[in-house]
Design a protein around this ligand. Structure first.
Ligand code: NAP
Length: 300
């Protein structure tokens, strides 16, 4: 069985380009999804504390009996744990949920700090978000200390623009191993991709299919390329990301889709040009933008 393509992180470790996303995968179905994925050949699982399903993800991983060193497990530090003293306990809580001794990659989920405490998203009586006055550089420095504990093999960031990466790089003793961001043909972020490549930061593409109920995956241009390669539309979007050297972490809780998504296809120049033309004359489009759910600007 092919286990798919991999890339090298700046730590020297390999990261599989195929991964399974688990956001919005309900706890009662995610265990089956992770099991099906591991059985199909996936070796990279993308988790996060905020997804509320690390426990079930971990059960599936442990029950698979795949040797731990053959797996690549990512999880993420939530926004309510950005104070330096909250960072190690947050990783330990995720490890406890997952039932693992270490993760392969621990990411700062967003470059924004919410009030520290039990509420994941603290709000005042008027419904406004309550922020914590912690700079992303302080949080990152606390994350650097995690590496020597052995509880994560690598650290990185998520939802980082070039500007925020430059800020981190100006103080970093450890260059982030990865930046996980929204990438698909409607939001290709070529400049960010090149910047990360130049700095040795691997990119993982989230929402590669355009997220839940996306019009992207149904577009005629994608269907035409899929028909030409005798495959499904998701494979076209996944291949687009992998051919740019990024890991791609499509989420599904549907057995047949999880299995079908794990397939290498090779897009040619004509396909790539057709995918590039999807946003000709249009602004890039994000399906996951905090402007829509928190009312805050993260990317500009
Ligand atoms: P996505 O993977 O782009 O799309 C998921 C949707 O596509 C689901 O509704 C899924 O449905 C459907 N789907 C999967 N395979 C399909 C196929 N072959 N044909 C048709 N539909 C298919 O969206 P996402 O969940 O937003 O992103 C993927 C992962 O990236 C997340 O799960 C999470 O791990 C990560 N992520 C990270 C961040 C971050 O801030 N770092 C943000 C967003 C996402 P079913 O499940 O019903 O099959």
């Amino acid at each position: 069985m092919s286990l798919g393509r991999t890339a090298k992180l700046n730590t020297g470790a390999s990261i599989p380009l195929f991964g399974l996303g688990t956001w919005q995968s309900k706890p009662d179905v995610v265990k089956n999804a992770v099991k099906v994925a591991l059985n199909a050949g996936y070796r990279h699982i993308d988790a996060a504390w905020i997804y509320g399903n690390e426990k079930e993800v971990g059960e599936a991983i442990r029950e698979s009996n795949i040797p731990r060193e053959q797996l690549f497990i990512t999880t993420k530090l939530w926004n309510n744990s950005h104070r330096s003293e909250d960072v190690l306990p947050a990783l330990e809580a995720s490890l406890k949920n997952l039932g693992l001794d270490y993760v392969d990659l621990y990411l700062m989920h967003w470059p924004v700090a919410f009030k520290s405490g039990p509420a994941a998203v603290a709000r005042d009586d008027a419904g406004n978000l309550i922020f914590e006055d912690v700079d992303i550089t302080a949080t990152y420095q606390a994350m650097e200390k995690l590496v020597e504990t052995g509880k994560t093999k690598a650290i990185g960031v998520s939802n980082y623009s070039i500007k925020n990466l430059e800020k981190i790089l100006s103080i970093a003793k450890i260059v982030p191993a990865a930046n996980q961001v929204e990438l698909h043909p409607e939001n290709p972020q070529w400049e960010l991709l090149q910047f990360c490549k130049d700095k040795g930061i691997h990119i993982t593409a989230y929402s590669p299919l355009g997220s839940t109920d996306s019009p992207l995956i149904k577009r005629d241009e994608i269907s035409k390329i899929a028909a030409k390669h005798n495959t499904n539309n998701a494979n076209v979007l996944i291949a687009w990301g992998q051919q740019r050297g990024t890991s791609v972490i499509p989420k599904s809780v549907t057995d047949s889709r999880i299995i079908a998504n794990f397939k290498d296809i090779e897009l040619d120049q004509e396909d790539l040009a057709a995918l590039k033309s999807l946003i000709d004359g249009k602004a890039p489009h994000r399906y996951c933008d905090p402007k829509d759910f928190w009312g805050i600007e993260i990317f500009n």
